[in-house]
Design a protein around this ligand. Structure first.
Ligand code: SIN
Length: 551
């Protein structure tokens, strides 16, 4: 199965990139469930960019840097913010229907979210991601050069090595893909691009869809790529708390329109934590809620927008209004029970300003990548923006070097070998470890961490990962097993990075080191130890990747 470009994932990053590189060559897009099973499709708030006269690039840059807690890469922030408006225009050009202002249909209606000093979030009410996904999928499906496969899970990357100048360089030539019929087939490509989203499913409670198992990051790490900043897991402050609700977000845009956080008895609490109150950045709000819940011994706090005009609420947040109503909560009249939940991975596969990783021929885009935009805490609605900006930049790179890339002759690769594997006898072997990992991560590696709990988590996770690796070899590979294996590796990476950062900064709060420490004012860049004693031995990279300029 050969192509010029193999794109793994069908969210905003994968589809935007596939559409562009289809101008150059043959593209295969694989996605592990249905085409719309992406985090993009669930995104509510919108996409941030400088789109109004009272805003400026400097302000958007400043807000991003403040949120990033000193760990953003200034050049990357400038690139993303500067190219943002053009990329929003591209989305409009392919048919994304953003909401326009009532009074001036030439202007987009702009929402506000935590950490933003201006209204700058283009949206399609609270269904922004769904609208973007719709428009992109329509285009992709109508593009001749793109072949699209659903229900195809990628098991691992195909990586070769070439030596020269006393150095060995790894290069990616595609991936082993588990097809719908259970066969594992090598898909070869000149360029492979990871757009698999984040890894929220490594935690018990998450706003993410089921597909968010960190596949791209885990595969790139196993292949030897550099990974960075995995300790910075963003917990969204407000997910719906209801026994039947699975991963349903109450968008930050609700706070942007004036909702307040309260306890059951109506007491407001954000003034104790930050003068920006409910519109403080996410790290602050999520930690405040966590503290309040622990102090009062309660299961949730409440988000109250009921003081606003009911018609406005229904129009601005149709999805949230309807969803809550199905659980018996009328948000126009009563507060919404909410809890923080894992939402976004700010770290990921180290990628440069063209989306290239440390492995030749391998790109990473969107939440899978760590470009330096988010630093220690992503500013709300900067993620969709990063995905479209870097899709274009990765395309520009491929276009510039197409005369060279197009000449690449991808070498023959080994067929997948199942060895002595047999069919998996009991699904419990998967389900039990799945639950164990997610619970351990939630309880030991959550919003507030401690060295002791992190060390315990590490010990347990190594044992679990060993068992999973053994199962992976003993049994025929299945889609569930691929995901379980990936979350185990992701858990180990998060724990590794969290133990390395002996300070509290941005989203990483550790009780043993409650303040910032200049010695840790850098990224934790690491990779898999070559020839380590165990497969999950990790080593910090001596070059530290990019050292961010002081924000
Ligand atoms: C939200 O709508 O609150 C999510 C937006 C984001 O994660 O950037």
């Amino acid at each position: 199965m050969d192509a010029d470009f193999l794109v793994i994932g069908s969210g905003i990053a994968g589809l935007s990139y596939a559409l562009r590189v289809a101008r150059l060559g043959k593209v295969i897009v694989v996605t592990k469930k249905r085409d719309i099973d992406t985090a993009t499709n669930l995104a509510q708030g919108g996409i941030a960019a400088v789109l109004s006269n009272d805003d400026s690039f400097e302000l958007h840059e400043q807000d991003t840097l403040i949120s990033g807690a000193g760990l953003c890469d200034l050049d990357v922030v400038r690139i993303v913010v500067g190219e943002g408006p053009e990329r929003i225009k591209d989305l409009v050009d392919i048919g994304v229907q953003f909401v326009k202002e009532e009074k001036n249909k030439n202007h987009l209606s702009l929402g506000r979210e935590g950490g933003h000093s201006r209204r700058r979030v283009a949206h399609a009410y609270d269904l922004t991601g769904k609208e973007i996904e719709r428009a992109l999928l329509e285009k992709v499906k109508a593009t001749e050069n793109i072949t699209f496969y659903e229900n195809h899970s990628v098991v691992d990357l195909l990586v070769s090595e070439k030596s020269g100048d006393g150095k060995t360089q790894k290069f990616c030539v595609g991936a082993y893909v588990l097809e719908e019929n259970g066969a594992v087939v090598p898909y070869r490509a000149k360029i492979t691009t990871l757009c698999t989203g984040g890894c929220g499913k490594v935690y018990l409670y998450t706003s993410n869809p089921d597909i968010s198992t960190g596949d791209g990051i885990a595969m790139a790490f196993r292949a030897g790529a550099k990974v960075a900043n995995m300790e910075f897991v963003q917990f969204h402050p407000t997910c719906l708390f209801h026994p039947q609700a699975k991963n349903f977000l109450i968008s930050e845009a609700v706070r942007g329109e004036g909702a307040i956080l309260i306890h059951k008895d109506g007491t407001r609490f954000m003034e104790k934590y930050d003068q920006r109150l409910e519109l403080a950045t996410r790290d602050t709000v999520a930690r405040a809620i966590d503290k309040e819940m622990k102090e009062r011994g309660v299961d949730c706090v409440y988000l109250d927008i009921s003081s606003k005009d009911p018609e406005f609420i229904k129009k601005r947040f149709p999805n949230i209004y309807q969803k809550c109503l199905t659980y018996g909560i009328d948000i126009t009249k009563e507060p919404i029970p909410v809890v923080p939940a894992a939402h976004y991975m700010c770290g990921g596969v180290l990628a440069d300003i063209w989306g290239r990783t440390s492995i030749e021929g391998l790109f990473a885009l969107g939440e899978t990548a760590c470009t330096g935009l988010h630093g220690g805490n992503r500013l709300a609605s900067n993620s969709l923006l990063e995905a479209v900006v870097f899709s274009e930049r990765a395309y520009q790179y491929c276009e510039k070097y197409w005369s060279i890339i197009s000449q690449i002759r991808v070498a023959a690769v080994d067929e997948w070998k199942a060895g002595k594997a047999i069919p998996l006898e009991e699904e419990i072997l998967i389900n039990h470890n799945w639950d164990l990992i997610r619970r351990t991560m939630w309880n030991y590696v959550g919003i507030v961490r401690s060295t002791k709990r992190l060390e315990l988590a590490r010990q347990r996770m190594v044992d679990i990962a060993m068992e999973i690796e053994q199962h992976y070899r003993d049994y025929y590979v299945t889609a569930n097993m691929v995901e379980l294996r990936n979350i185990a590796w992701i858990a180990l990476m998060i724990i590794h990075a969290a133990l390395k950062r002996k300070e509290s900064r941005g989203l990483h709060y550790i009780v043993d080191y409650p303040g910032q420490d200049e010695r840790f004012h850098c990224w934790e860049v690491f990779c898999k130890k070559e020839n380590g004693k165990s497969p999950w031995e990790i080593e910090s990279c001596s070059d530290k990747g990019k050292v961010p300029e002081l924000a």
